[in-house]
Design a protein around this ligand. Structure first.
Ligand code: BGC
Length: 770
């Protein structure tokens, strides 16, 4: 297919038209030219291909596929080869179903433990997130299927996700929030990037030429397609100018007409439209070459099991309680042992083709439910659990975040595990001190019982083979090799952004001090630090040395079990430029038999020491490089510079104030307010309803519609209902105008009425109606 020739045969209108989807999952075909439409489907921990009714919230059935562990789990593997295999397996399943692009991986930074979508993301550290994403992309694209890296950029909260503005200084943006994308793009070369719903420093990501062209294409060399998140296009004209190519799930007629007019009036260059249309067709061309071979689902199930086992993090293991003897008498306690929580809710929800729970896999263990699906318990349930635990040598209690607490579309309210589950763990460990807690969930939780429970095994959301993996780990058939990819604070209040996270506009007051960068530097004790994880074996580090810009370290398995170790390289500066106490600059996963040694290697480059200061610069001075318990110092000679940072950032302690943030930004930063009289099309029904009864009425209509149909009988705490309400009533009126099919004059009239201009509102409705 000669794309340039095809473009020369299309009218301007046709070129604009192919830059938006035909429907929720397809590009538009050009039938007269014999060009089919290309299919897309959600990921990232499996394939969510819908054949009948499509939706972005994971409600309607998808084809059965392998449900791998979600990113929160696989990130703990720190294993690029594993991520590559998973990407490849999902790619094979996609190719077998004729899907040309899988929407993933998600590489947003885990800024705060309450973000509802943290389970889909890898880490609080940009290097780890970027490298793992790159590996996944390489695996996927080896099958011919394009990966779509998302959500670009600074999309680290679900709260008001369609309206939110992420406000931060450029150093924070570059060093933390863009680095993961930069690494994944340079090392993974994804076919597509998905621009996020939010604004970045006041500009919609879909409108930002700086983000989508200057940084993404010109600086990082990205040559693929930019796709909007579903419904994220703000303006078709600005989108073309920015380099935002494909509007999904479809275009909006009036916006496309405006774009056509703008080309005729020469305020939009036709070359921008051509460039986007060319990139859409290049993707279609790639999708046309896919080979439709069946995927080996059994092999993928085995891979999902290996991934869950190798990613599991042994948080605690006093007196080597684990592994257990296969012949031991064990009590298995907890609703989740029967209904394992394997993944999160929302667009990434996979329909697993095979699924076992722990009760089926371990039928010899005596079972007690302990708590109900919603995490609540009763005295009777506790009594039964206690009795079952007392009659066994060991108790294994499976607890975790429930479906209702953790989902795309909204954030968690608290870091506390349900009261019923906490109560259960405390009662069981009192009845039987040989208790192992198996913890599930996509984000850290507070663990008031952590000191009294001898062993804690964190599985994250382990996918369809999770139960088998847990069983293999408990009995030592495999050895937990996972290390935490995020810090686990003692309590939510210890998290730097706890006092101001969860507002409509996300003010990144803490700057670069995210996760361990904050806890280490501000000396805040955590429950489990970034990188923590125990093993059934032990490792020794020695011979750390630098040779020709490569750091080497020898690692030996000095225990009795085969196992894997993740060597991590941290760089700590000794100069005065403000920066975290230490930063991860490399990692290396090794699998070692007892007595075996291997060498971890880390490439050291300027970037290992650099900070962003109108470009990457290396502050001169001494640096300590540490790997395990080994360290060495290196000196970097470079022109000194003294950035003028405000006091809190030089020595972070306690929490930054709004004034600290304004000092960092070098300008006034307004808190966003929603005021009757100045509501605009950028406000949502949800936020205006408290102040206007017209909007309250509109909200009631939306709510009634959402609570009907397939949701009839559900309550508002159901994750699907919450997500749908947030999507329908939480979008801006402008977004509603584009995506809901509601007539513009109705929305504009209602907006005027909500602002108190009743007569004008009625006039607008009548005039436009006519
Ligand atoms: C999500 C994306 C997803 C898309 C399509 C959006 O709401 O943010 O991650 O890929 O829907 O389902």
């Amino acid at each position: 297919m000669n794309i340039r020739k095809i473009l020369s045969e299309l009218t301007l209108r046709e070129k604009i038209a192919i830059c938006s989807g035909r429907d929720i999952w397809h590009t538009k075909p050009l039938e007269a030219l014999g060009i089919p439409s290309a299919a897309m489907a959600d990921g990232p921990h499996g394939l969510r291909k819908q054949v009948d009714s499509g939706d972005i919230l994971g409600m309607n059935e998808a084809l059965a596929a392998t449900c791998f562990p979600t990113a929160v789990t696989t990130a703990c593997s720190w294993d690029e080869a594993l991520l590559e295999s998973i990407g490849q397996a999902i790619g094979r399943e996609a190719a077998a179903q004729g899907v040309g692009m899988v929407l993933g991986p998600g590489v947003n930074i885990k800024r705060n433990p309450l973000c509802g979508r943290n389970f889909e993301y890898f880490s609080e550290d940009p290097l780890l997130a970027g490298k793992l994403a790159a590996a996944w992309i390489r695996g996927m694209q080896s099958t011919g299927v394009s990966a779509c890296l998302k959500h670009f950029a600074a999309n680290s909260q679900e709260c008001k996700r369609f309206l939110s503005d992420s406000v931060m200084d450029e150093r924070t943006l570059r060093e933390i929030y863009l680095t993961a994308f930069e690494t994944a793009i340079k090392e993974g070369r994804p076919g597509a990037v998905m621009c996020a719903y939010n604004k970045l420093n006041g500009t919609h990501c879909s409108d930002s030429r700086w983000l989508l062209t200057d940084v993404l294409r010109a600086e990082w060399g990205f040559d693929g397609l930019v796709v909007t998140d579903w419904g994220a296009l703000n303006s078709r004209i600005k989108g073309f100018q920015a380099g935002c190519d494909l509007a999904m799930p479809g275009g909006v007629a009036y916006q496309e007409a405006e774009a056509e007019q703008a080309v005729l009036e020469e305020t939009l260059s036709e070359a921008d439209v051509d460039a986007s249309a060319e990139r859409v067709l290049s993707f279609v061309q790639k999708a046309m070459r896919l080979k439709n071979e069946p995927a080996d689902l059994e092999a993928h199930h085995a891979l999902a099991c290996r991934a869950a086992a190798q990613s599991a993090v042994l948080l605690k293991n006093d007196h080597q309680l684990l592994p257990l003897q296969e012949t031991a008498k064990i009590a298995l306690i907890g609703h989740m042992a029967r209904e394992l929580r394997i993944q999160g809710s929302g667009s990434s929800r996979i329909r697993p083709w095979k699924l076992n729970n722990l009760c089926e896999i371990c039928p010899e263990m005596a079972f007690a439910e302990g708590y109900s699906a919603d995490g609540s318990t009763s005295e009777e349930m506790i009594q039964k659990a206690v009795q079952t635990a007392e009659n066994a040598e060991y108790a294994v209690v499976v607890v975790g975040l429930t479906e209702r607490e953790e989902s795309e579309g909204f954030d968690r309210k608290t870091m506390v595990l349900s009261e019923g589950q906490n109560h259960l763990v405390e009662a069981v460990v009192k009845a039987n001190p040989n208790t192992v807690v198996v913890l599930l969930g996509g984000s850290p939780v507070e663990m008031p019982w952590a000191d009294s429970v001898p062993s804690i095994l964190y599985m994250g959301l382990p996918g369809q083979a999770g139960a088998q993996a847990i069983c293999d780990l408990l009995f030592g058939r495999c050895n937990p090799g996972g290390r935490l990819a995020e810090s686990w604070p003692m309590r939510y209040e210890d998290c730097v952004s706890s006092g101001y996270y969860g507002q409509k506009d996300a003010h990144y007051r803490e700057g670069i001090y995210v996760g361990y960068r904050y806890y280490d530097t501000a000396r805040i004790p955590v429950r489990y630090p970034f990188g923590h994880g125990l093993s059934y074996t032990r490792f020794a580090y020695d011979e750390l040395r630098m040779e020709n810009g490569v750091l080497h370290c020898r690692i030996t398995n000095i225990g009795e079990h085969a196992g894997s170790e993740t060597a991590m390289l941290f760089v700590s500066p000794e100069n005065s430029v403000y920066r975290p106490e230490r930063e991860l600059k490399g990692f290396c996963k090794l699998h070692l038999q007892p007595g075996e040694s291997a060498e971890a290697r880390f490439e050291i480059t300027d970037r290992s020491f650099a900070v962003w200061h109108d470009g990457w610069v290396v502050p001169g001075g001494w640096y300590t490089l540490s790997v395990g318990d080994q360290s060495l110092r290196v000196f970097r000679k470079e022109a000194d510079f003294t950035p003028d940072e405000p006091a809190w950032y030089r020595h972070p302690s306690a929490k930054p104030t709004h004034d600290d943030f304004e000092a960092l930004m070098g300008r006034e930063v307004k808190e966003s307010t929603v005021c009757k009289g100045s509501f605009t099309m950028q406000n949502s029904v949800m936020e205006m309803k408290e102040k206007s009864w017209v909007m309250k009425l509109l909200y009631r209509i939306v709510r009634k519609t959402v609570m009907g149909g397939p949701n009839a009988g559900k309550d508002e705490t159901d994750p699907t209902v919450r997500m749908m309400l947030e999507t329908a009533a939480g979008a801006s009126l402008g977004g509603m105008k584009q995506n809901s099919g509601m007539k513009n004059y109705l929305l504009e009239g209602m907006l005027e009425m909500a602002n108190g201009h009743w007569i004008n509102g009625i006039r607008t409705m009548c005039r436009k109606w006519k």
